[in-house]
Design a protein around this ligand. Structure first.
Ligand code: ZN
Ligand code: ZN
Length: 341
């Protein structure tokens, strides 16, 4: 095979299925034959033209599972046939100030697969070796893919909190991130409160491992958390700053609100809620490749898996629409190599 197929996008939502020439990976890179690729809300950066040069085509997709197919010069730790993953951060440079301090997620020279570089809506992806994640064979490609971005985002957000086992931890939102967040929080040994809009989501929350369900459409979620004794940590996944504002009052003293949901509007916060009790609001940005290996190992050991809607590679533009509709339960995954057929 000397060519491969890719769905590239130009401007805004102009998808095009193209044939590309297969090339040897450059220095420090590997070539990966893609098995599956999750469709994530951050794909808007590529598909809606929210990137530096939208007139230049790019292949979206950053929840990639595949098999190493060719190895570039300077790569020593990967071999042909290795099962690998690639997430939102495409591999640290190991040279910038933040890398030298060991803060790899803040590397200033890191490719973003599916935004700055071609991603996984394709049969082939080229990846920087430092961004690769070892994917256990026991995880199917369509299960592993959403764990590489949605999964590690909530897993690392929970790990970043100082909440001890048994503490009350809340997960706000029960979508793509939240339905995983409740599972992780439960398996990490927390007493879990799930917060979402509507009484009908209670059953789902409980089935995912929540101990309490708070309907934020019916009651003030901050007051409800306070009534449960206050949360040591809250992971906020909803794409709304306004919906996060009342949560701060539901934190215990020294409690942390960890923000992972990107919202167009700001969080309004009462200064007294921060000062009295020393509460904090922090952001958390996905995780590094090795964080993702921790995440996959933990997910496998604890039977954590995303609920997915699988679609064929040829349906990539439709899969993106489906994700954007907000109706998907809960992550859309492209089965690029037909492993589920
Ligand atoms: Zn993502
Ligand atoms: Zn760096």
């Amino acid at each position: 095979m000397s060519t491969y197929r890719a769905y590239q996008v130009t401007g805004q939502r102009q998808f095009e299925l193209v044939e590309r020439e297969l090339a040897a990976p450059s220095f420090g890179q590997v070539r990966v034959r893609v098995l599956s690729c999750g469709v994530c809300h951050s794909d808007v950066l590529a598909v809606e033209g929210q990137r530096p040069a939208p007139e230049k085509p790019v292949v979206p997709g950053h929840e990639i599972v595949g098999v190493v197919d060719a190895i570039g010069d300077g790569v020593h730790t990967w071999k042909h046939g290795d099962r690998v993953g690639l997430g939102f951060l495409g591999g640290q440079c190991n040279e910038c100030e933040f890398c030298r301090r060991g803060d790899f997620v803040n590397c200033t020279d890191q490719p973003k697969p599916g935004t700055s570089d071609d991603g996984g809506y394709a049969e082939i992806v080229y990846a920087r070796a430092s961004g690769l994640v070892r994917v256990p064979e026991e995880l199917t490609p369509t299960t592993a893919a959403p764990l590489l971005c949605a999964g590690v985002t909530v897993f690392n957000a929970l790990r970043a909190t100082a909440a001890p086992p048994g503490a009350l931890v809340a997960v706000q939102g029960l979508g793509g991130l939240g339905h995983l967040g409740v599972q992780y929080a439960n398996k990490l040994g927390y007493r879990v409160a799930a917060i979402a809009r509507g009484a009908e989501k209670s059953e789902l929350a409980m089935s995912l491992g929540a101990d309490h369900y708070i309907d934020s459409a019916a009651a003030d979620p901050g007051a409800e958390l306070d009534a449960l004794g206050g949360a040591t940590a809250i992971v906020a996944t909803a794409a709304s700053g306004a919906s996060m504002s009342p949560l701060v009052a539901g934190l215990r003293p020294r409690g942390q609100l960890v923000v992972v949901g990107v919202a167009p509007d700001p969080i309004a916060v009462n200064t007294a809620d921060l000062i009295l009790g020393g509460r904090t609001i922090v952001g958390s940005l996905t995780g590094s490749a090795i964080d993702n290996e921790d995440n996959l190992a933990f997910s496998l050991a604890n039977d954590i898996s995303p609920m997915v809607e699988v679609m064929a590679f040829e349906e990539a533009p439709k899969a993106y629409e489906r994700m954007m509709s907000g109706q998907a339960r809960f992550r859309v995954v492209l089965d690029i190599a037909g492993t589920t057929r």
